[in-house]
Design a protein around this ligand. Sequence first.
Ligand code: CMP
Length: 140
Amino acid sequence: MAVTRTFSIIKPDATRRNLTGAVTSKLEEGGLRVIASKRIRMSKEQAEGFYGVHRERPFFSDLVAFMMSGPVVVQVLEGEDAVKRNRDIMGATNPADAAEGTIRKSFAESIEANSAHGSDSDENAKIEIDFFFAADEIVG
Ligand code: CMP
């Protein structure tokens, strides 16, 4: 299996509860390496741009407001089959449906405050990584 990259966000509900390390531990224990990381406060432009694909969804404005409500940690993760691996470690979007031991089952408060985001394809991983990181910020 190929070593690939994916993009992750530790969301405001998790940073607020001081769970940055706990979430990152699950990623690392699951076989992913954090090769870039920064704690940022998302602007409205960033949140709207990042989630632009969801613009027509009824939850869009709440989602944007939530993502701006506190610091987030954006990360580039590397590992074998990184996109799927990360999604397995995160669990289902809705914590009510997430498997035992996953980030969202362990930590998420709701479908919106669900502690972590992960790219859903290699193509989107590249787009999302490029949205938040310059090449020289990815240090391996
Ligand atoms: P994420 O993987 O970051 O991608 C889009 C986000 O929208 C998703 O996680 C959820 O946190 C959020 N969201 C809020 N409400 C819903 C909903 N009803 N269905 C799907 N996603 C939702």
